[in-house]
Design a protein around this ligand. Structure first.
Ligand SMILES: [Zn+2]
Length: 312
């Protein structure tokens, strides 16, 4: 990524005619932690998950195959999550801070009668994850204003009707460089290939194989440290969905299973480094990384995307 960018005094890739150092260079400086505003509150009328009060997540046995009544509620939560992602994504522009995107997400969840699932999950301080440039996932919204040339992932999860709907997408901020555009396109294609591999009777490992094949063909890396997950009445269940070929992922997909597929793809090395905040995961080499996610239901003959974008 960095190697493919112009020299400081060379013309910027954006065609402005200005030197790179006077134009888009700011978006390629290493990201630094900003100031995080106080945790937002949720009105008493909103049903909150058990961890909202304590930050502690207690797991219980939850069936991987959901009864129809739970699936009906997950459809609603998935639709709401997709609406929130589209609404907040439309606000992405140079100059807006990730804290402002957090406020928008928080209000958009409440407006739908839902609780923003990330809020206080294992103590996470905010209502959405905002992952900029080299941040792989779990970036904490702060006072940094987005720069023209950045890319930002918004990971939205809503707790609505007692179940979670989880979806994310990476958005360009203003004009982005050609390699970043390719990264976003290929990562979205990786999600689509992963979804196409969801079929009853097939092992979970089919999904990661499809994703890894496509990313590798594009010369990109697949993050191994974070995986897709089962969900339902809990934000995360025991089911894991690797985004690379993992032969031991032999669990066979069954109609009624619900899980996320959320590939994280990097321009360079996909190895992870953690910030001291305990949440922010960045690429160890500083290369850019993107992610797209849907919540999926295995059906009798394939897959239903529960977080499909709202028709525009
Ligand atoms: Zn430029």
């Amino acid at each position: 990524m960095r190697a493919s960018l112009p020299q400081a005094n060379a013309p910027c890739w954006c065609g402005s005619g200005r030197k790179f150092k006077r134009c888009h260079k700011g978006a390629y400086e290493p990201l630094r932690p900003g100031t995080v505003s106080p945790q937002r509150t949720v009105p008493p009328g909103i049903r909150a998950p058990a961890y909202a009060a304590t930050g502690r997540v207690e797991r219980w046995d939850e069936p991987r195959v959901k009864p129809p009544e739970v699936i009906a509620r997950m459809r609603e939560a998935g639709r709401a999550a997709a609406e929130v992602l589209a609404e907040v994504g439309a606000a992405v522009a140079p100059g807006i801070t990730t804290d402002e995107l957090d406020a928008l997400t928080h209000e958009a969840c409440i407006a739908r009668g839902g609780y923003p699932s990330p809020l206080n999950y294992r103590g996470f301080p905010k209502s959405v994850c905002t992952s900029v440039n080299e941040v792989i996932c779990h970036g904490i919204p702060d006072d940094r204003a987005l720069l023209d040339g950045d890319i930002v992932n918004l990971d939205v999860t809503i707790f609505l009707g007692g179940v979670h709907g989880d979806t994310n997408a990476t958005f360009p901020v203003g004009v982005i460089d050609p390699e970043s555009r390719r990264l976003l396109r290929v990562t979205k294609e990786c999600l689509e290939r992963g979804i196409a591999a969801v079929r009853p009777g097939r092992p979970i490992s089919d999904i990661g194989r499809a994703i890894e094949d496509h990313a590798t063909a594009a010369g990109f890396g697949v993050v191994h440290d974070f995986v897709g997950h089962g969900l339902g009445e809990q934000f995360h269940t025991d089911l894991q969905i690797p985004h690379y070929f993992e032969p031991s992922a032999r669990t066979v997909m069954e109609p009624g299973m619900v899980f996320t597929v959320e590939p994280m793809i990097s321009v360079g090395d996909a190895r992870v480094r953690m910030w001291n905040d305990g949440w922010t995961a960045v690429t160890a080499d500083g290369s850019r990384t993107a992610q797209y996610e849907h919540t999926l239901l295995v059906t009798d003959d394939g897959v239903e995307v529960l977080t499909a974008p709202p028709a525009s």
